[in-house]
Design a protein around this ligand. Structure first.
Ligand code: ZN
Length: 425
């Protein structure tokens, strides 16, 4: 809950307008101040010990340092502003970021699918999204209606779309095209065919299994060039025809949809296709790319952080999943896991350094009680290690690839054993 408040409310407030002052944020004095705030959020969320290094908390909770986060936000804002044809808005763009982005194949603004919002209130085509039950009841009527089935497909090889009707089409799209764009492109090309074939005075139904695309086509505002093209083609085709777009449940055995799906999958395989259609690059692809950039920077930053020797062997990369797993635990479990991941916990050696206990010695042997001693060496914890890691003795780096549930179990069992009083027998 705390972390949600931080990432949804506090961090956006802190970084508001980052586009304007992200360079300022890269200065050391600013970094120190901002890191203090992020640290406070980490500590309040987890109850981590005062001595825990900020960098370790940040990577474990998947919060990139704020100056990196701010540059990421600035890149996205710059991208959106640069694609705007409005002269006044364009003046705001950051020259330095512009240069950085023009060099990049994906971030290059000329290929953007994102555009200044366009408004249209009067569509000459209809969009219908029936329920599954309605589909089950009404299949196969309206024989005088001309029907086209469209579908998009994406796999690791490529992206493609298919159209099945009075004509069949199977085509591939460029590699970065999204499945959403493929679904939209299928409808656009279908409308184009209707115009090309000079079909007139017909009732036409175009089926698509993408509710997302159909809903975008009914919106009055659009910021996607792909959707805008689709709307324009549909308007053109419906000048001489009565066109209705209908949602069809995908992968449920409806014949037309199955055929279109097959054609789309064939299209996705045609990676060498010479008349492949190039889509504009979708804003989501840009956002993913910028996030990857941010993760890379954050990982680099972690590797060159001074200290945190213990955590560095266990945590090597920022991970959204690990952070989610940790934040889903009960508070005392979070503290257990953090103690062992950072080495900053109620370990005798650590408490001794803080002058809180008189002896740094392990309760079971004559060695110093550090997190590493319990995690790797102490005989008294060998059974717990065997149960959770699969071996009785190990090295810190063995915890780096341990699945989260086993890590959690180890931390809980070992904590319990550390705190159970020794019997006098
Ligand atoms: Zn020991």
């Amino acid at each position: 809950m705390m972390m949600w408040m931080y990432t949804a409310i506090v961090r956006p407030m802190l970084t508001y307008g980052s586009f304007i002052w992200y360079k300022e944020a890269e200065k050391t004095s600013f970094r120190i101040k901002m890191n203090k705030l992020q640290r406070l959020a980490c500590v309040l969320t987890t109850g981590a010990m005062r001595t825990t290094p900020t960098a370790a908390l940040e990577i474990i909770l998947n919060l990139p340092p704020l100056h990196i986060f701010m540059k990421m936000e600035a890149k996205i804002t710059n991208y959106k502003l640069s694609t705007n044809e409005n002269i006044n808005l364009k003046k705001l763009t950051d020259e330095y970021l512009d240069q950085e982005q023009t060099k990049d194949e994906i971030l290059n603004l000329k290929n953007s699918d994102f555009m200044k919002p366009k408004y249209s209130f009067d569509h000459s085509f209809k969009v219908k999204i029936p329920t599954r039950q309605e589909w089950a009841l009404n299949e196969g009527n309206n024989n005088e209606t001309l029907k086209f089935y469209t579908d998009g497909s994406k796999n690791e090889n490529g992206t493609g779309f298919g159209i099945f009707g009075t004509t069949t089409i199977s085509k591939s799209l460029n590699k970065l095209a999204t499945v959403y764009q493929a679904e939209a492109k299928a409808i656009t090309i279908c409308a184009e065919e209707i115009v090309k074939e000079q079909i007139q005075n017909k009732k036409i139904q175009i089926f698509s299994d993408s509710q997302a695309v159909l809903k975008s086509l009914t919106n009055n505002k659009t910021t996607s060039k792909t959707i805008q093209e689709c709307i324009l083609k549909l308007q053109e085709a419906s000048q001489d025809n009565d066109i209705e777009l209908v949602w069809i449940p995908g992968h449920e055995g409806y014949e037309g949809n199955e055929k279109a799906d097959e054609l789309a999958r064939e299209g996705a395989e045609k990676v060498e296709d010479t008349d492949m259609i190039n889509c504009h690059i979708a804003l989501n692809v840009i956002k993913t790319k910028v996030k990857d950039w941010s993760a890379k920077q954050a990982n680099k930053n972690w590797n060159k952080t001074f200290g945190a020797r213990h955590s560095k062997q266990i945590v090597t990369k920022y991970s959204d999943l690990r952070a989610k797993n940790i934040l889903n635990l009960r508070r005392n479990e979070i503290q257990n896991v953090l103690s062992f991941m950072t080495g900053h916990g109620k370990f005798k050696k650590h408490l001794h350094n803080m002058k809180l206990v008189t002896s740094p010695t392990c309760k079971f042997c004559d060695k110093e009680e550090t997190a590493e001693h319990i995690m790797c060496q102490c005989d008294a914890y060998a059974l717990i290690r065997l149960r959770t890691l699969g071996k009785p003795w190990c090295e810190l780096k063995d915890y780096a690839n341990l699945d989260f549930d086993n890590l959690r179990q180890f931390c809980n069992l070992a904590s319990a054993q550390m705190w159970t009083p020794l019997s006098n027998g």
